[in-house]
Design a protein around this ligand. Structure first.
Ligand code: THU
Length: 144
């Protein structure tokens, strides 16, 4: 059965991204990120950013969430949520270029990407985009 992208389902995904953010391993940037992806069967996979003393080895929350799903046998995700503290005042954190390219590997271009910011008073804001808004003119698998 294909999971519907209704409000309740997307709210669950947002909550999963918010909840996992506390496990972020980010002793260098102190910038905690949580992400969650939804698979067609309704399973949610969550991940955080994981940093390293050798800074370049850091892996973002979005890729850790997607890779967790892939390691569990998933090959397609129908939505992704990413949660950060508000960036520069009131703005949303937004996925890096590398994560956008990995999204294009495992998500359709019209899949919703929910940018979530939670401030110090626990007020949550959500900005809904599509992958094609974040990654125009994507490089896709040759032949597709
Ligand atoms: N980060 C993410 O987890 N996702 C992004 O899309 C952008 C950046 C992490 C990487 C690093 O641990 C911290 O945020 C600061 O760049």
């Amino acid at each position: 059965m294909k999971t519907k992208l209704d409000k309740k389902t997307l709210d669950c995904l947002v909550q999963a991204a918010i909840a996992v953010k506390k496990n972020s391993y980010s002793p260098y940037s102190h910038f905690k990120v949580g992400a969650a992806v939804l698979a067609p069967d309704g399973q949610i996979y969550a991940g955080t950013n994981i940093e390293n003393a050798s800074y370049g080895l850091t892996v973002c929350a979005e890729r850790n969430a997607m890779f967790r799903g892939v390691c569990n046998g998933q090959r397609q995700f129908i939505a992704l949520a990413v949660c950060t503290d508000p960036v520069e005042g009131d703005d949303f954190g937004s996925p890096c270029g590398a994560c956008r390219q990995v999204m294009a590997e495992f998500m359709k271009l019209d899949a919703p990407i929910l940018l979530v910011s939670v401030n110090k008073k626990d007020q949550t804001k959500v900005l809904k985009k599509k992958l094609k808004d974040l990654l125009p003119l994507p490089f896709l698998k040759p032949g597709e």
